[in-house]
Design a protein around this ligand. Structure first.
Ligand code: SF4
Length: 85
């Protein structure tokens, strides 16, 4: 799988009834900076996936987990390359 310099996940559906998930968020991984530690995948596997081919994380579904989960993954990223808006 080929990935660009920046992997952006963004979803604007309002299908979820979970209050934590009703506010759509944008999750961005600066893949140039990703060191492939997989910390984000371990913390928040419903949002982040891992591409073994290029050893980089990618966004599966920006609304796949709670905002807190994605925030925790971003805070734990040693490369500080996860950005949430
Ligand atoms: S935590 Fe950061 S450096 Fe580690 S795999 Fe995820 S995006 Fe890459």
């Amino acid at each position: 799988m080929v990935r660009g310099v920046t992997d952006i996940g963004n979803a604007n559906n309002n299908k979820s009834t979970d209050k934590e998930l009703t506010m759509s968020k944008q999750v961005i991984i600066d893949t140039d900076e990703c060191i492939g530690c997989q910390s984000c995948v371990e913390i928040c596997p419903d949002v982040f996936g891992f591409n073994d081919d290029d050893n980089k994380a990618f966004v599966i579904n920006p609304d796949g987990g709670s905002i807190e989960c994605a925030d925790e993954a971003a805070a734990s990223c040693p490369a500080e390359c996860i950005h949430i808006k």
